[in-house]
Write a protein that binds this ligand. Structure first.
Ligand code: SF4
Length: 185
């Protein structure tokens, strides 16, 4: 079953309760139409806004007076798992967004709980430890590693050298024998 349930989930996650937001575009003369039969095909999960880096370009720096050291709690994760079970036809779950997903203390458990879905993870690529690589292999279909440049340009932005990230990607490729995960560079 989908439709109303799925629509409710969208609004719950976006706005905290089941209401349609006031749409500022309407005031500009545009009209947004909400389909009665919403279908969720792709889910974006932002499991943490913490990160092990402090990049010069990080959008978190623009959050003045905001606390950005929170992980998604066990309670919220359990709700996410339950709600996902209510949705049919999910084509992709993307774990990423603000913060570094591999910095979440329960990332390996989260991957395990979500392994029945097509998984995609976006990462800064600095935390590809043996344990993480083990968890990724055979479960995650795609990984996006954010690389802003090479050499000094990368160092200037990220504050670290690219070498460690390349090493992690090599280890991941070796473990998965270049099959899965597919790495988008
Ligand atoms: S890796 Fe991403 S989240 Fe972390 S500090 Fe850099 S830009 Fe921000």
């Amino acid at each position: 079953m989908k439709s109303k349930m799925q629509e409710t989930l969208i609004y719950e996650y976006l706005y905290g309760k089941n209401i349609r937001p006031k749409n500022p575009l309407n005031e500009l003369g545009y009209q947004i139409e909400f389909k009665e039969q919403q279908e969720i095909r792709k889910i974006y999960l932002e499991i943490t806004d913490r990160c092990n880096l402090n990049c010069s370009i990080c959008y978190r720096k623009s959050w003045e007076d905001m606390d950005y050291d929170r992980d998604m709690t066990d309670e919220t994760l359990e709700k996410v798992y339950r709600d996902l079970d209510e949705i049919e036809g999910i084509q992709k779950i993307v774990i990423g967004g603000i913060g570094e997903p591999f910095y979440h203390p329960k990332i390996t458990e989260i991957i395990k709980r979500l392994e029945k879905y097509p998984l995609h993870i976006t990462t800064n690529g600095t935390l590809l430890t043996e344990e993480i690589i083990e968890a990724l292999t055979g479960t995650v279909q795609e990984i996006t590693v954010s690389i802003d440049g090479v050499g000094e340009a990368f160092c200037d932005i990220r504050g670290i050298s690219l070498d460690g990230i390349v090493k992690g990607i090599r280890a991941l490729q070796k473990k998965s024998m270049n099959r899965i995960p597919r790495i988008l560079k």
